[in-house]
Design a protein. Structure first.
Length: 489
């Protein structure tokens, strides 16, 4: 066998360095965030626009979309190993760019364009503005619809499995035997409120929908979601979802970083950086601690308010209550063994339940006016996005505290949360991926599918007085005092 030989990396480094030192300019990509650096580059070339246009290379939109659906989690050891393997490249990079950190008071010491050093060919010369018009850049586009279909639960569902109600909401009634009917009329609207996923305002909206159409309105929060077909009354099932990692970080900021009870009732409590809990410890089923359930009539009662990890599959399965088996060797010091159901079984139950809902609203999609219009047409009532924001318990306090002491989410902590929430992330994208095609196949409200109860019907134009609770001024004064002490020390 011939023997494989390679040029030593140190020699490759020396050759590359000598070559690069003979270049006229090396642009450092990261520095394009600096306005002074951008201005220096454009002055050097005599042409503006180095950062105004974004060009997307082959496969960028597809890979970006795929990585959103299946997030990459980079472990510390992997990053350390890559750093070690790229040691010579890293050295070359810093040899080329570190001098640029010596920024003068007048900005970067770049020359201005010197037209005397260039011989312009008038036959090919085009004004910069005219060149931009003649060579338009294609902006970011969603992946091709045929490619997106690979991710769509509607196109991969086998047999009689229903389509995702996030993309194909409907007016069929779920029956106890797992089947559907479109003959029985709905008399009840059920909303499952997932915590810290934009549900407070949606709760008010669906309450208005129910009142306008004369339907009984029922909402569940923190407890296990109701199973479609399990209630005696013909029920229309609605819920909502938000990207799991973003939802988890949002709840940490709301009630995991500081305790809501302390902020709203303890007159001596002052939220500070020192008494704030860490995002790194927000890594359990119930936030900072593992799942636990109280007992009611001898049975475990699922109830989860704070949640950091795989919250949707817990809320919609209701099966994350632990139990304890006797120790294998009973005796002094022996402890019972904690047992939990496998996360895969919770995922399966939650997915099957969600696929039997009538509609799943995706919170982030409410930024799209077309989606908002489709949702309001589906329910026959406007106002799903309201200017009157309804605040939850300790919302103002936690928001104010986080503004004064901003949370810095480092890459490692976010990657760990993404890794822990991988089942929830998969479920979220499986159910909402079909919406990314932009063709919202949402039908109009069908009054023939609902039985109006005139005794509880209220037209949506009838407004109710809304009172907002102001922040306690004494609490604000205490925060200001602490903030002043922290900044002066």
């Amino acid at each position: 066998m011939p023997m494989r030989r390679e040029v030593p990396m140190t020699r490759q480094h020396d050759v590359a360095k000598r070559k690069m030192l003979r270049y006229n300019l090396i642009v450092i990509t990261e520095l394009l965030r600096d306005e002074d650096y951008v201005a220096a580059i454009e002055r050097f070339f005599g042409v503006p626009g180095i950062t105004t246009e974004k060009v997307h290379p082959f496969c960028e939109v597809e890979s970006h979309y795929a990585n959103e659906r299946t997030p990459l989690v980079i472990r510390n050891e992997t990053l350390t190993n890559l750093t070690r393997l790229n040691e010579i490249d890293i050295r070359l990079y810093h040899e080329m760019r570190d001098c640029i950190d010596k920024k003068t008071n007048n900005g970067y010491n770049f020359l201005a364009w010197d037209s005397d050093r260039f011989e312009a060919d008038e036959a090919i010369r085009v004004d910069a503005k005219q060149w931009v018009i003649s060579n338009p850049v294609r902006g970011y586009e969603k992946p091709r619809r045929t490619w997106l279909k690979k991710f769509d639960v509607n196109d991969t569902a086998a047999g009689d499995e229903p389509s995702s109600p996030a993309c194909r909401p409907h007016f069929d009634l779920a029956l106890p035997d797992g089947k559907w009917t479109n003959t029985t009329r709905f008399r009840r609207l059920y909303f499952y409120h997932a915590r810290r996923a934009g549900g407070t305002n949606l709760r008010r909206y669906f309450e208005k929908v129910a009142a306008h159409h004369g339907l009984e309105f029922v909402v569940t929060e923190s407890f296990a979601a109701e199973d479609p077909g399990s209630h005696d009354e013909a029920t229309f099932y609605v819920t909502h979802m938000k990207e799991p990692t973003s939802r988890s970080i949002g709840q940490f900021k709301h009630e995991g970083r500081w305790d809501c009870g302390q902020m709203t009732t303890n007159m001596t409590f002052l939220p500070t950086k020192e008494n704030a809990r860490l995002l790194e410890t927000w890594n359990q089923s119930f936030g900072h601690r593992p799942s636990h359930c109280a007992e009611e009539e001898g049975e475990a009662l699922f109830m989860m308010e704070k949640c950091a990890v795989n919250c949707y599959i817990q809320w919609f399965s209701g099966l994350s209550c632990p139990w304890w088996d006797p120790p294998p060797n009973p005796g002094p010091g022996a402890s019972p063994i904690r047992r939990e159901r496998k996360i895969a079984s919770l995922y399966k139950v939650a997915r099957e339940k969600l696929l039997r809902y009538n509609f799943i609203l995706i919170t982030e999609m409410l930024r799209d006016p077309t989606y908002v219009a489709s949702v309001e047409r589906f329910f026959g009532v406007p106002g799903v996005v309201s200017e009157n924001k309804h605040l939850t318990r300790c919302e103002r306090e936690s928001q104010y505290a986080n503004e004064r002491i901003p949370l810095i989410v480092d890459t490692e902590a976010k990657n760990e949360l993404m890794r822990l929430n991988v089942r929830d992330i998969h479920l979220y994208f499986e159910l909402k991926g079909c919406l990314d095609r932009g063709d919202y196949n949402i039908p109009m409200w069908d009054p023939d599918r609902f039985e109006t109860n005139k005794t509880i019907q209220v037209n949506y134009n009838v407004t109710e007085e809304r009172r907002s609770k102001a922040l306690d001024q004494m609490w604000l004064d205490r925060i200001d005092k602490v903030h002043g002490e922290l900044t002066s020390s």
